[in-house]
Ligand binder design. Sequence first.
Ligand SMILES: [Zn+2]
Length: 417
Amino acid sequence: MKPIDWKVIAQEGEARAGILRTRRSVIETPVFMPVGTQGTVKGVRYEWLESELDARIILGNTYHLFLRPGAEIIRELGGLHRFSTWNRSLLTDSGGFQVFSLTDLRKLTEEGVEFRSHIDGSKKFLSPEVSMEMQAALGAEIVMVFDECPPGDAGFDQTRKSLEMTARWAKRSKTRFDELQESGMDTGFLSEEGSAVTDSLSLPSEKLIHNLQPPATAEPSSDLSGQQALFGIIQGAGHLPLRRESLDLTTAIGFDGYAIGGLSVGEEKTVMYDVLEFLAPQMPSQAPRYLMGVGTPEDLIEAVSRGVDMFDCVMPTRNGRTGGAFTSRGKLNIRNAKFARDSEPLDAECPCSVCRRYSRAYLRHLYQTGEMLAAILISHHNLAFFLDLMRKVRDSIKLGRFSRFRKDFLEKMPENA
Ligand SMILES: [Zn+2]
């Protein structure tokens, strides 16, 4: 039995609408996954994510949870689902990306990476095996292989060396992952009796939902194994032949899904779009394709049109904390003095509870006076905007109107907003 199931239900060009079933929830794709770095989506309670926002899957960061509170405490408390009370799907990254961002604090060998904690400077070690052990302790539905992320401007030879190591690490990740599954170390395992938490997936009541079909409620999935799924990661920076090489090495090992790593790390936008256009259609068509760490609303739409199914990005909450709001007319910053007397909502077209109630002037006032509610409300709106956008994308693919939707959406966006 498989740990996850993913099926295409509609396709327009390369853009695909699908249904992804995990042991804990039913997820319509293309999907945007809010990032819950420390086991929390910053400033947004799970109650909101479950009801109005109706997020079916969120991310957890292995690096951060590895440092605090650590694998031992999380395992002792029953895994990240039980510890945090989030009962829908989780995806955890491998920790690699964060470790490789610590350029001065790390030592890389074939075995793994030694680094100093950014919190207290203590020595730590991450490897494919340690990452898999940590991710089994977290118990997410989808686990990522431990990969090396070379800098975005790495040359051809350096990138090739790196992706070859990533492939060796992917194999080691899979070996350790399989052992952990077999020995029952996955805290999120669901036996048949305990499968799928259906009550947290009741029909969302808010207006945000304008799906053509009723939201996919979770049926206990007796055809799923109850285990974790493991995704491979394709590297190769902006070098197309290397992307192809990495794809071949990764698919030869065989994973439940495939991610595209090493994009949105400072390269030009056109590089990202070129890589996606080249790579996505060559990726296995029967498995979900996940573009890691991307991106802006425009990026999401451009990537969907090239065949990507899954996304995550900290932008909605990170920008929300600094007063940045995403809207159907581009970004706005609530700090701007021109909003001081503006009684309009952040986005008149947004059906979220923040836009239905609060004005830009009030939100600006909260921000200017340092009220924590400013960050909470703008983060909430931003997530609503991203999740609502993906709903519209899915609906338009199902109706065969995606290319029209894409054109209309991009036309409304001012350049360099
Ligand atoms: Zn809103």
